[in-house]
Ligand binder design. Structure first.
Ligand code: DGL
Length: 259
């Protein structure tokens, strides 16, 4: 038993899609969410920069007593998780990886679309998984150009957002993809828009939030780290940006958009 919090880290607000899955499933676990906000987006930054930001985030989360850390950012996972695991060997880390495997195993059209940041698509993790599961499947990739900025600015509901999202999704749909994998934790905030765009087609959009939550539970059990059943959880939000951003994180975490 361990009542210390679980740490969740992202470049900004995207990791709240993962935070939400944890919050809903693990009602007695305290959570500390760190959304960088100052250096976001990470999508086009160098590996060195991302390792530095991730390291700083982990030090803050460990300072808050976190017992397990979720790198709730595909980009930071792709660029920095090996570095973090090596530097902090005693801490269990859970990373984010595009759900290419389930998509490849269930596609009917034989075409899978993967939406992610440029850095994630370059990462070894994605390239290896894609090579492993995509023998008989065609994988089309697209960078969600502008998506992170939309989510960071709470602009999901603006009419121009649909234009931006359609521009990115259309080539995947035209290429015959029947599974679209969300390989960035910001993208689930755009699910309502995406669902409107794919309406009427046999297309599934796959998000990793619940799979990550299941992995967190496995690790809590493996390491004997679950909080006491009667533990009353606390939720904390921290950022490298300012107090206004911190408040926006908290607000977005509890907003109903991901239900
Ligand atoms: N939420 C992020 C990810 O999953 C980061 C996006 C970014 O900062 O560019 O990749």
């Amino acid at each position: 038993m361990n009542d210390n919090p679980i740490g969740v880290f992202d470049s900004g607000m995207g990791g709240l899609s993962v935070w939400r899955a944890l919050y809903k499933a693990l009602g007695n676990e305290s959570l500390v969410y760190l959304g960088d906000g100052l250096n976001c987006p990470y999508g086009n930054r160098t590996r060195g920069e991302i390792c530095r930001f991730a390291d700083e985030a982990v030090r803050i989360l460990l300072g808050r007593g976190c017992k397990l850390i979720v790198v709730a950012c595909n980009t930071a996972t792709a660029m920095a998780i090996d570095y973090l695991r090596e530097k902090y060997p005693d801490i269990p880390f859970v990373g984010l990886e595009p759900a290419v495997k389930p998509a490849c195993l269930t596609t009917r059209s034989g075409v899978v679309g993967v939406l992610a940041t440029a850095r994630s698509l370059e990462g070894d993790l994605f390239r290896h998984t894609a090579a492993k599961y995509a023998a008989d499947v065609r994988i089309l990739t697209a960078v969600g150009e502008g998506f992170v900025e939309i989510v960071e600015n709470d602009a999901e509901h603006l009419p121009e957002t649909e234009v931006i999202v359609r521009r990115v999704l259309q080539p995947l749909l035209d290429g015959g993809a029947d599974k679209i994998v969300l390989g960035c934790t910001h993208y689930p905030f755009l699910l309502p828009v995406m669902k409107r765009i794919v309406a009427g087609r046999q297309v599934d959009i796959i998000d990793s939030g619940e799979a990550v939550e299941r992995r967190v539970e496995q690790l809590l059990d493996m390491h004997g780290l679950r909080a006491d059943a009667g533990h009353r959880p606390a939720y904390e939000f921290v950022t490298f940006a300012d107090e206004d951003y911190r408040r926006r994180l908290e607000h977005k975490a509890f907003a109903a958009e991901l239900d």
